[in-house]
Write a protein that binds this ligand. Structure first.
Ligand SMILES: [Zn+2]
Length: 521
């Protein structure tokens, strides 16, 4: 749509078949006219074809092939655009106007639209400029809109090649090459839209997370090794997504975090050179499935409240058995009959599994099936509770979510008169107190054993966890100081006003903390 016409004065200078000498001798005519107030002059041979003269004026008006041109003489009468136009002077100009386009030949209504908008805008601007003395904001805004419309048209110019878009200029216009300089450029709208999305994006969307999980399966060659059809994998991942509930912590994003950690561990420890593909597939799939259909209430609640799950599984890891059962139901399609290591994520089996691993560590043999199975259980346990190995700004919000889910449960337990685990009790637990004990007594001992087998993991999982421990220890100290101060103020207040009933403060005394059991995931 950009005007590529040569300067008007140089246009239509000769006739085909005439010698240049003859052309030079031929008489020419100069017509002075204005277009949108802008003075122009057209020069053409007196006997050139009428169509050439019309094209010349069309070029001056930057009009499309279907636009209608109107030429007014100095008296204001419409005159025919032809070589017979009476010559004039710069003082008595003709006036050229583009008044309409032929819409029938432009089914999309796009041809010449932008040119007309630009022309109207120019004349409007001129008018306003004359009346108001300066260009008002509205004109700037309209200019911006016309400009952006032009960019849009240019960016889809190549569509005309596919027959989806009509050529915009006259017949002499050569088709632009596909990689036209302007079509390479992104439009402002496109960029701004992406920029907005980019700056606002704090969370991956669930559909994107499914793609990331899919990438992990592809990356680890599972698709080719096990002949898994991509559609089947996608259906499986979608079913997995559907069966994670909308709860604060044990949701689809937790599933992703655990799987991502497993994926990272597989690469970091070069497990592909040490174990069979089927073991790796089991590991990744176990991570994907390990909390399927979690309802936000842990095993203790299931057992104490005699839920259907606890009855079904005879109080033995009711949740993990349920995650497994749901997983098997989904997995039938992908690789029927294979086991998973989801059961290992029940934290009541933590010491049993860790001790087993410790006992074989000094003689660990990747060729030994039993050894491999214990390692797989350790790997999924590490992935499951690896939150504190993540950057603090990722890890801390997850802790808030976990505590929210714990508090929901303990509130329910109190309502139903069931036993309440101290580490879930909003009256007893604080954020730092829940973490320091957990990191010190559960997380670090587990992670360090795995790092004994794979020293390269030290920097990836041990260092950040130690940092987190320092962070929460500091926070705990600060909270204790604050509570001490508050207790003293309370004491003074109470002696004056004995009816004070502020008893909701978290109890962070050493005695209370000694009751706190490690956080279970
Ligand atoms: Zn989990």
């Amino acid at each position: 749509m950009q005007s590529q016409q040569p300067p008007i004065r140089a246009a239509v200078t000769g006739r085909r078949g005439m010698s240049s000498a003859a052309q030079e001798e031929m008489a020419t005519k100069i017509i002075y006219f204005t277009i949108n107030g802008r003075p122009e002059q057209a020069e053409f041979p007196v006997d050139c074809p009428a169509q050439d003269v019309k094209d010349l004026f069309r070029s001056a008006a930057e009009a499309g092939p279907h636009d209608i041109l109107k030429l007014y003489n100095p008296k204001g009468n419409i005159v025919n655009i032809s070589p017979q136009l009476p010559p004039n002077t710069p003082q008595s100009t003709y006036k050229l106007e583009v008044v309409a386009a032929d819409c029938n030949s432009d089914p999309l209504g796009i041809l010449g639209l932008e040119a007309r908008a630009r022309l109207r805008l120019q004349s409007l601007e001129k008018k306003i400029l004359i009346e108001a003395g300066e260009t008002p904001t509205i004109v700037h805004e309209m200019k911006r809109q016309v400009e952006s419309f032009r960019e849009k048209l240019e960016s889809v110019e190549h569509l005309s090649w596919l027959g989806l878009f009509k050529e915009l200029s006259d017949a002499t216009h050569k088709p632009s090459p596909f990689y036209h300089k302007r079509t390479l450029r992104k439009t402002r709208e496109e960029c701004e839209h992406v920029r907005d999305k980019f700056l606002k994006m704090r969370q991956w969307e669930d559909a994107e997370i499914m793609v990331l999980l899919q990438v992990m399966y592809v990356d680890l060659d599972f698709i080719s090794t096990f002949n898994i059809e991509l559609e089947v994998l996608q259906q499986f991942l979608y079913e997995v997504y559907r069966r994670y509930n909308n709860i604060p912590f044990h949701n689809f994003k937790h599933c992703f975090c655990v799987t991502q950690m497993m994926y990272g561990l597989i690469w970091l420890t070069d497990l592909r050179s040490k174990m069979d593909s089927i073991d790796l597939l089991t590991l990744l799939t176990s991570a994907v499935c390990h909390d399927l259909d979690h309802t936000g209430y842990n095993n203790a609640y299931q057992i104490n409240a005699r839920t259907e799950l606890a009855l079904r599984y005879n109080d033995i890891s009711p949740l993990e058995n349920h995650h497994c059962a749901v997983a098997f139901e989904l997995l039938e399609k992908v690789y029927p009959g294979h086991k998973l290591c989801v059961l290992a994520t029940d934290m009541t089996r933590h010491n049993e599994i860790l001790n087993k691993f410790k006992s074989i560590l000094s003689v660990f043999d990747f060729g030994n099936k039993d050894h491999r199975e214990v390692l797989m259980m350790i790997l999924i346990k590490v992935s499951d509770i690896s939150n504190e190995a993540r950057p603090m700004d990722v890890a801390e919000p997850w802790l808030d979510c976990l505590l929210q889910e714990f508090f929901n449960q303990s509130d329910m337990e109190k309502l139903e008169g069931l036993p309440v685990s101290p580490f879930m009790d909003r009256d007893k637990v604080t954020k730092p107190s829940s973490q320091t004990g957990f990191i010190r007594f559960v997380l670090l001992p587990l992670f360090m054993e795995l790092a004994n087998l794979f020293p390269c993991l030290e920097q990836h999982i041990i260092h950040p966890v130690r940092k987190a421990l320092d962070y929460y220890t500091e926070m705990e100290k600060a909270l204790e100081r604050e509570n001490l101060n508050r207790a003293q103020i309370d004491k003074t207040g109470k002696s004056k006003e004995p009816s004070s009933s502020d008893s909701k403060e978290p109890d962070t005394s050493a005695e209370a903390r000694s009751n706190l059991k490690p956080t279970a995931v």
